[in-house]
Design a binder for this molecule. Structure first.
Ligand code: ADP
Length: 277
């Protein structure tokens, strides 16, 4: 854990005696709301969109929740929010005098996403970078998360303005990088890794998604896109936290509203790494 991301850091340096980098006058870390007690904040990041970052975030949240932890998901992927759909949440969040109340899944995972605020879920969010970044900061500060063991941040993809804001303003304890096999070849995963390193955020490891498909008839595994995650993990000196196949049962569970009943062991190592970090 880096000095900046001290366990239990609320980002509120005024009430903390720790001699950490958060006290650096140049630190852009923002405090969370006064009603929040968030023990660990983990960013789920990717070099580009469509690799399954939200899927992995949702699966990690379900796994942590099943272990008895109090879990929240901050959907910082403002222009491509998919977390509410995964958990079958269609309503709108409410607000009271202390802040915005997050939505809750059937098993009590707290969720905040721009799609829980928009009047029409299909409306595109046509906002400039600083406005999007402002919304993410509001989700961190103005949402009444309460007591959480883990807040997972579904980070916007890439290395632009908004991921930069997330990394700079929210005290992340660690990042999990999600990639698909093709990205490993094209160095995109290294960009995500280097950005986290530049921001002093410990990289917990890499999850390779869409690694293979299993033939429903013979059970044989096919690595359609090839695989290089072992090599890249070794080159970067980080752990390979799992390989997840293209699994239609995952999307079926989203479609029939039973995602929280998911029983897979694809991400066991990643969950262990988050808990032991
Ligand atoms: P990202 O957050 O990186 O943009 P998503 O998590 O939204 O990507 O995934 C893109 C699409 O692929 C979604 O429809 C999602 O349900 C699907 N998907 C992701 N991972 C898998 C997987 N391992 N098996 C089957 N479908 C997947």
């Amino acid at each position: 854990m880096s000095e900046k991301n001290t366990q239990g850091c609320s980002g509120n340096c005024s009430s903390c005696s720790s001699n950490c980098k958060g006290k650096d006058p140049q630190s852009l870390i923002e405090p969370t709301g006064e009603y929040n007690n968030i023990k660990h904040v983990i960013g789920i990041v990717s070099g580009k969109g469509g690799v399954g970052k939200s899927m992995v975030t949702s699966m990690l949240a379900v796994a942590l929740s099943k272990k008895g932890y109090k879990v929240g998901i901050l959907d910082a992927d403002i222009t491509g929010p998919s977390i509410p759909k995964t958990f079958g949440l269609n309503g709108h969040v409410l607000q009271n005098e202390i802040g915005i109340l997050p939505a809750e899944t059937k098993n009590g995972i707290k969720i905040m996403s721009i799609n829980l605020l928009l009047p029409d879920k299909e409306s595109p969010v046509v906002w400039r970078g600083p406005v999007i970044a402002g919304a993410v900061k509001q989700f961190w500060h103005d949402v009444v998360w309460g007591d959480l063991d883990y807040l997972l941040i579904d980070c916007p993809p890439g290395t632009g303005d908004v991921p930069l804001t997330v990394f700079q303003s929210i005290p992340l304890d660690g990042a999990v990088i999600v990639t698909s096999p093709q990205d490993l070849v094209s160095m995109i995963v290294k960009k995500a890794y280097n950005m986290a390193k530049m921001m002093d955020i410990p990289v917990l490891g890499i999850v390779e998604n869409m690694s293979y498909v299993v033939c429903p008839d013979c059970g044989k595994e096919f690595t359609i896109f090839g695989s290089g995650s072992e090599t890249v993990a070794e080159e970067l000196g980080v752990k390979l936290l799992g390989k997840m196949p293209i699994d239609v049962s995952l999307t079926q569970m989203v479609d029939n509203g039973s995602f929280e009943l998911i029983e897979t062991n694809y991400l066991d190592k990643a969950v262990e790494e988050i808990i032991n970090n």
